[in-house]
Write a protein that binds this ligand. Structure first.
Ligand SMILES: Cc1ncc(COP(=O)(O)O)c(C=O)c1O
Length: 390
């Protein structure tokens, strides 16, 4: 009798191979750039970004989209999205400057950074931005002084379980504190405008949206009882993309969220917003790097590449598992991938199935479009990846 066994290494690598082949076959214009002279290189597909934006707009049809610039602030990406009519969420003066330089009007810009530097608030206000998040009394005081009569929205804390990149530990408050903050804002002459929450980046857990909307609904009712007339609900980011596993589909999340809104907020807020970053650009980029070394350390097979956690792959430190692909055949082994710097923290991935590479081989890192180059520095003198948007 034939006994079939499924080898998990081959299964995982086969998925990555399929992903790579599909990605490139749908983007033939990237082909000539897959073996560049200079690496690391991040290739971004602008047409893919356009399609993703349109897909998000289509499924979240009641929502205004504010692209979270922090995910990837390359000017070509911002320009593409600006031309499509996207709004922008900015956290700093530099991000804001980039967006304004494209001629985007302040009415299309918000800032959901809960703790903003004073000089950023002043610059944003001077440029006509007047919608800011708050999650502390101190932030209300700062805005009162520097951006009087602005509209403010309170950030609720919601669970981030099942999100590969949690964001709830540092920001957000409970419903009653949010209520007090909004009331305080009103007493200071600011305009209580709405509510926001973030389910955590790369969120694959429907429940986080459920809790977020339930809490927002509770705050909405309580605010009404206190005479605060809120207008807006902002659901932050969190839309996931494919990495080593398939993510939740945007249409399923949108459908689920619509149902939740009908159930918990039947008289819909005047304005619904989302701030996707990763969900727009994450799987529209591929990082091309090269193998620069190999070693056997005990039982572990190591390969070293010319990028790393300090110059492009910071999220590898916190739970993002990129798919890696090499154009070689041969027996698969499990590899630990070390980054280019001398720091022993600079390990990009473990237990990665790959055929045996040679020094100089190109290694392709899929789904590298978000939170890569924006984090990059030149630690140890190694360059940040160049970015080509095509
Ligand atoms: C306030 C805010 N909005 C939106 C985003 C974008 O989130 P994502 O990339 O998960 O879509 C972030 C990410 O850190 C954020 O902090």
């Amino acid at each position: 009798m034939l006994k079939e066994t499924i080898d998990p290494l081959s299964l995982q690598y086969e998925n990555t191979r399929r992903y790579f082949t599909e990605f490139i076959s749908q983007r033939e214009h990237l082909l000539p750039y897959l073996k560049p002279q200079k690496t690391p290189l991040l290739l971004m597909d602008l047409q893919g970004i356009k399609s993703r934006y349109i897909e998000v707009k289509y499924h979240f049809s009641q929502f205004k989209v504010y692209y979270a610039v922090k995910a990837n602030d390359h000017v070509d990406i911002l320009k593409t999205l600006a031309e499509l009519g996207s709004g922008f969420e900015v956290a700093s003066s530099e991000e804001l400057k980039k967006v304004l330089e494209l001629g985007v009007k302040p009415e299309r810009i918000i800032s959901s950074n809960p703790v903003k530097p004073m000089d950023f608030i002043a610059y944003a206000y001077e440029k006509g931005i007047n919608r800011f998040v708050v999650d502390s009394f101190t932030e209300v005081e700062k805005l009162t002084k520097t951006a009087p009569r602005s509209r403010v929205y309170a950030r609720l804390v919601v669970p981030n379980e099942g999100s590969d990149w949690p964001l709830s530990k540092k920001f957000g408050v409970d419903v009653d504190t949010a209520l007090d903050i909004l009331e305080y804002a009103q007493s200071k002459g600011l305009i209580p405008y709405g509510i926001t929450f973030h389910v955590g980046s790369q969120c694959n857990n429907f429940r986080n949206w459920l809790i977020g909307i339930k809490k927002a609904s509770e705050l909405w009712q309580k605010a009404k009882l206190r005479g605060l007339r809120l207008q807006m609900l902002n659901m932050g980011g969190g839309l996931p993309v494919r990495y080593t596993y398939e993510a939740l589909r945007i249409e399923d999340i949108a459908y689920y969220v619509k149902g939740l809104l009908q159930k918990f907020m039947p008289s819909l807020p005047h304005e619904l917003q989302i701030e996707p970053g990763r969900g727009i650009v994450g799987d529209q980029g591929i990082m091309v790097c090269r193998v620069i070394g190999k070693a056997k350390r005990g039982e572990e097979n190591w390969l070293y590449i010319d990028t790393g956690v300090f110059n492009g792959l910071a999220e590898a430190l916190g739970g993002i598992r990129y798919p890696f692909y090499l154009e070689r055949d041969g027996e698969l082994k499990e590899w630990t991938i070390g980054g280019v710097s001398c720091d022993s923290m600079d390990v990009v991935a473990r237990m990665v199935p790959l055929p045996e590479p040679e020094v100089g081989d190109y290694l392709y890192i899929l789904s590298a479009g978000a939170y890569t180059t924006v984090y990059a520095a030149e630690f140890n003198g190694f360059p940040e990846p160049e970015v080509l948007c095509l």
